[in-house]
Design a protein around this ligand. Sequence first.
Ligand code: ZN
Length: 141
Amino acid sequence: MISVTINGDDMKRAITVTFPAPLPATITCPICEGNKCHVCKMSGKIDVKVDAKIPIQRGHIIKYIADNLKEVSAELTKTYGLTPEVNTVGVHDTGEGNYEIVQFSSIGGACWVVFRLDEIENPMYFFSRQKLDRWKKGGYE
Ligand SMILES: [Zn+2]
């Protein structure tokens, strides 16, 4: 059986992943509680198959996703139909015009497209929250 030793704070951040790969295990007979009976053929123990449960630190899973983002993203779309979420997150008045802020969120992160509402103007694209916030404060365009 695979065994992973994780201690202290790391254990708190570990999540348990169950793999669909039953492993053989011997358990104490649940009928006689080890006192030997007909069910366990007088051995006190029963052989069963159990799912492999392995604690894995969240950081390792997140690193794997970050390192394989394109493949994970394509697989999520293919398997679960998962696509980026698109939401209007606000309307902003700069004093010179009204803008709709649309956020695109995916497992790779988020980006924003800002459309002017009161006039026809090319949309603006923001790839970081800081740049969007700077624009909203009037310091960036
Ligand atoms: Zn028994």
